[in-house]
Design a binder for this molecule. Sequence first.
Ligand code: PMP
Length: 422
Amino acid sequence: MSEDPAVYQVIPGTATVGFDAERVRRDFPILHQQVNGHPLVYLDNAATTQKPESVIQAMVDYYRRDNANVHRGAHALSDRATGAFEGARRKVANFLNAPDARQILWTRGTSEAINLVAASWGRSQLQPGDRILVSAMEHHSNIVPWQMVAAERGATVEAIPVDTTGTLDLQALQGMLDARVRMVAVGHVSNALGTINPVAEIARMAHAAGALVFVDGAQAIAHWPVDVQALDCDFYSFSAHKLFGPTGIGVLYGRRTVLEAMPPYQGGGEMIESVSFAGTTYNQLPYKFEAGTPDIAGAVGLGAAIDYVNSLDREGAARHEEALLVYAQKKAQAVSGLTLVGTAHHKTGVMSFNLDGVHPADLGTLLDQQGVAVRTGNHCAQPIMDQYRIPGTVRASFSFYNTFDDVDRLFAALEKARQFLQ
Ligand code: PMP
């Protein structure tokens, strides 16, 4: 994406041409409140996004009208609940352009999706000496599950280098790929730096070496349409709560042949075909991986979130987010003593930074006192913080419902915080 604001026709302080963020904001009741005596400026969207009224209402309606267990009951409510639940799965499949809804598995979120693949595929496939490659900027969720299964199977987890701007070194990746590499696991977008990784290219490179590709889409899914067939990845995961849906539910997409060859992850009801003490047989996809009563209301909420996102001008929304980031980074460059962390050319949604001599946590508290919500710390990405020799950053992360005024308020609050600290 371009870093030239002119390309996006930004008129700072007003609006991005063609996208009405002020109108969209009205769909999100939580945004209209005072925090510590100031109107809320919510810039923690990479941690979790806010929910539009339609998502909240869909979940309330489900519990008020349709609640029942799915797939089992011989009654109207169970039929309705099952219809809503499986309808949501089809919505996710269409949203990701997955070939078949049976390739969409419900999980608790991105973390559980990665754990599922690490445990099921990893335990059944990895041999001593096998290698798993992850990028050096991964979230802990896309490192630790691989480390756990690697330790069990005698495999290794190695980091693909990232340069000082936060860009993945594809040449280094090419040099690391060999026949022992079984999995390349990368984030589509870094939650700590905002870097967009070229996952289609990474998939081409990894497949040529015979490895599978897992894309952690937690930070990409809210920003632009994802097409898993175009990316040609083997797995793609995201969490509903980062897509304007509820917490507690997420998605694992998998390539059909790979999922079919994988053993179940957890045992219980729903995931079996028949159970006896002589031997148990397992259900088909996707149920083989869905033991127990699922988060039905969560699936309904995610379905409503997808409907909401599909109702927006997504290109306009992406252009607006891009314009906000460009505007914020331009302002940041004019603040003395401010260092941006993560300056890759291809970025979205995230501005991480530090102020000289100020601990990020102190800054976060002072911003909160002025109604500005940001995240501080290592953002569950300690290895990349260690590489930059910093304890963490202050992270402002944007969504389409943010405005240029929000960015101005952030910088005004920063200035006040700095005066307070000096
Ligand atoms: N990967 C990335 C890139 C993330 O940003 C996050 C959430 N911060 C996760 C994985 C984990 O997501 P969840 O906590 O919803 O499982």
